[in-house]
Design a protein around this ligand. Structure first.
Ligand code: URA
Length: 244
């Protein structure tokens, strides 16, 4: 088969590896199935375990049942620019974070950043992963750099860190520090919750207006040197670190 088609070599995979990756059977079991003539490639019985096949083009069957390539899980970090909405689509046809990625896959943002908020946004096609991370049980730390309309008073910093009553419910304890101790209009806040517009509302509670809000960290992830609008893929190992 390899000699007959002219697919680029990187699209080819060994038949037994393809079957083991896309069924619940281990490689040894799959090899037995091939020996027992239970596997066809393009409707021909194949007894060669190491035959190179193209998963996108070849018809692979086990006991007559088509085996398709499992959807590859995608985990993406985007540095969201201001003026983009965090949604999969928009009724007013405004640009979304999914448009920025420009992939054909069905992708979902993990949580949301406001229209004017910039910074780290995780995007994935793995719905279970997204739902798990957004569950309060996982307490993922989100870190934001906040530019305030006036210097933050120490009494307010302490109250915000302990927790305040917001819309009838207390906020969980959080951390607020200053990247530069001479500039108390710029603070770094780390929260473990993800309530709607939470950071803005927390500061507004004491009469501060949030001029700029930038998410610099999400769990163990940071933006590194991604420029606004740029994105990068995460490895599965990096994505799974959230659950370790
Ligand atoms: N908190 C907010 O108020 N806005 C965001 O975009 C994220 C957290």
């Amino acid at each position: 088969m390899e000699k007959k088609n002219n697919y680029p070599p990187e699209n080819l995979v060994r038949l037994n590896k393809f079957l083991a990756n896309n069924t619940n059977f281990a490689r040894r079991k799959v090899d037995e199935f091939i020996e027992q003539a239970r596997v066809t490639v393009n409707h021909k019985v194949i007894l060669e375990q190491g035959l190179q096949i193209n998963p996108e083009k070849d018809d692979i069957r086990l006991d007559g049942e088509r085996i398709r390539e499992k959807t590859k899980k995608l985990y993406i970090i985007l540095n969201k620019p201001a003026g983009i909405i965090t949604s999969t689509d928009d009724e007013k046809n405004r640009e979304t974070v999914i448009d920025l990625i420009g992939m054909k896959e069905k992708l979902y943002p993990v949580g949301r950043l406001d229209y004017d908020t910039t910074g780290l946004l995780l995007i994935t096609n793995d719905g279970d992963f997204a739902n798990k991370l957004m569950h309060p049980k996982y307490k993922v730390t989100k870190t934001y750099v906040v530019k305030l309309s006036r210097p933050l008073e120490e009494k307010h910093r302490e109250k915000l860190m302990t927790g305040i009553k917001l819309e009838g419910r207390r906020t969980a304890p959080c951390k607020i520090t200053y990247p530069n101790k001479n500039d108390t209009e710029t603070a770094v806040i780390s929260i473990v919750e993800g309530r709607n517009r939470q950071v803005r509302k927390m500061f507004e509670h004491y009469g501060y207006f949030v001029r700029k809000l930038h998410r610099s960290g999400y769990g163990h992830l940071t933006l590194g040197n991604l420029a606004p609008g740029q994105w990068t893929k995460l490895s599965i190992e990096e994505a799974n670190k959230f659950f370790k």
